[in-house]
Design a protein around this ligand. Sequence first.
Ligand SMILES: NC(=O)c1ccc[n+]([C@@H]2O[C@H](COP(=O)([O-])OP(=O)(O)OC[C@H]3O[C@@H](n4cnc5c(N)ncnc54)[C@H](OP(=O)(O)O)[C@@H]3O)[C@@H](O)[C@H]2O)c1
Length: 182
Amino acid sequence: MRITVVGRGNVGGGLADRWEQAGHTVTRIGHDGGDVADAEVVLLAVPGGAIAQALEKVEGIKGKTVIDATNLYGVVPPDGFPSNAEFVKSQTDGPTAKSFNINYASLYPRLGEARARPSNLWCGDEAARDIVEQLNRDCGYDPVYAGPIENAAAQEALVNIIFAIGQGLGPFVYRMAPLEQL
Ligand SMILES: NC(=O)c1ccc[n+]([C@@H]2O[C@H](COP(=O)([O-])OP(=O)(O)OC[C@H]3O[C@@H](n4cnc5c(N)ncnc54)[C@H](OP(=O)(O)O)[C@@H]3O)[C@@H](O)[C@H]2O)c1
């Protein structure tokens, strides 16, 4: 599959490495943006608060299948949108999924060592299912469907629980949105 990752850091670069190992062709773009017209699927892995800025610099994304891997730490989705994934869909008007936002990128190289294949949530459009599930399997995850794109806000918020566990089960210091908006 021809994949373009927008954001080539821990997540974008890490998944790109694994997908290349699985035989896919991956193009990596960063801050400067670029043209994704040739891609069959685009992964968005930029800081959550930079999603709008990042998309402005990406050409050829209309109608593409897009997987949004962003999380929101102390920032909210663009105005009027309950989640970054729904904002992405509004901009691309193509099959959209939220995935790869819950598992730590630092563990990608160890996916093969797990006793059982780790699960990875995805939610989003049926039209994205085949690609998202294949790309989950091809980097070592067992994809778990979490419902339609309207569930993306809940999947984005889940990262706060993961971080709270990592920090000793207290209240997580960042919130996805001010309390009155939750
Ligand atoms: N790290 C994790 O374990 C993890 C796990 C799940 C989800 N996430 C989420 O995944 C996203 C990426 O995290 P990461 O750890 O991979 O970050 P990272 O290593 O810092 O990489 C960020 C990438 O985004 C690009 N970028 C930054 N600002 C941009 C902008 N305004 N426009 C376009 N591109 C921009 C950078 O471009 P340059 O290459 O040009 O600098 C870089 O390639 C975040 O939303 C994060 O919350 C992270």
